[in-house]
Design a protein around this ligand. Structure first.
Ligand code: SAH
Length: 223
């Protein structure tokens, strides 16, 4: 599947283009990823109070004390997944739904899991209004994956985990890839997990800072 038309007409196209150029300057080479960034209106996924900063390459606050990740980190994660447009992808931590929308442009279908119901509702509304139809957003604990819809050709985790949750490895298809930040609550390393017939390999990519993955196989307290 190629790029899908989004139901937008706005005056932010020039800003999006500048963000794309910044991402290119910082090493993002995957053309499909860059095309997705230029197609998805990030300003619709952030609160009004920070809308003027929507096309800066920075993380921004969203509701419920969460953050929409830095575009470079998201683009880097998506580039590592090397999606062709045929994959079924699991996203853990849908948050604002922005990365979910990027994934909708890069994969065949997207299952996104978010633990905060209010965030999931808001993300669903923006995604529906954009005319995106190959995405479902579930409310639940994504550290357990989403067993009834597994296996997934690719998995991307958008919150920091103390380790790679075993159900996510199980639910990754053979030949599949996962990108996940692993570390302590303050600092993590983004790693790529490859699952092959021969087993699992882990490749460190970059130092990152994400909000904590809270759940049965993530961080246990509510803090
Ligand atoms: N990709 C998002 C980033 C959101 S920040 C975006 O583009 O906006 C990480 C998100 O992970 C938060 O919304 C948080 O509520 C969610 N999260 C944390 N632990 C989770 C879990 N166990 N299952 C699902 N979502 C979780």
């Amino acid at each position: 599947m190629g790029a899908r038309a989004l139901a937008i007409s706005d005056s932010y196209g020039g800003y999006r283009q500048r963000l794309v150029e910044q991402l290119q300057a910082k090493g993002i080479r995957d053309l499909a990823v860059l095309r997705a960034v230029s197609a998805v209106p990030r300003h619709l996924f952030v609160p009004d109070s920070v809308r003027h900063r929507a096309y800066e390459d920075s993380a921004l606050p969203i509701a419920s004390g969460q953050t929409i990740s830095q575009p470079w980190v998201q683009a880097r994660s998506l580039q590592e997944l090397a999606l062709t447009g045929r994959e079924k992808v699991l996203e853990v931590g849908a948050g604002s739904g922005y990365q979910t929308a990027l994934l909708s442009q890069l994969a065949f279908s997207v299952v996104a899991v978010e633990r905060v119901p209010g965030l999931a509702d808001a993300a669903r509304t923006v995604i529906r209004d954009l005319g995106i139809r190959n995405v479902v957003i579930m409310v639940g604990d994504g550290t357990l994956g989403w067993r009834s819809l597994a296996p997934f050709d690719a998995i991307v985790v958008a919150a920091a985990s103390p380790s790679v949750p075993e159900p996510l490895i199980e639910q990754l298809a053979e030949g599949g890839r996962m990108v996940i930040p692993v570390g302590d609550r303050e600092e993590q390393t983004l790693i790529r997990v490859d699952k092959t017939a021969a087993g699992i390999t882990q490749t460190p990519l970059s130092d990152v800072r994400f909000v904590p993955l809270l759940g049965e196989l993530g961080w246990r307290d509510g803090g």
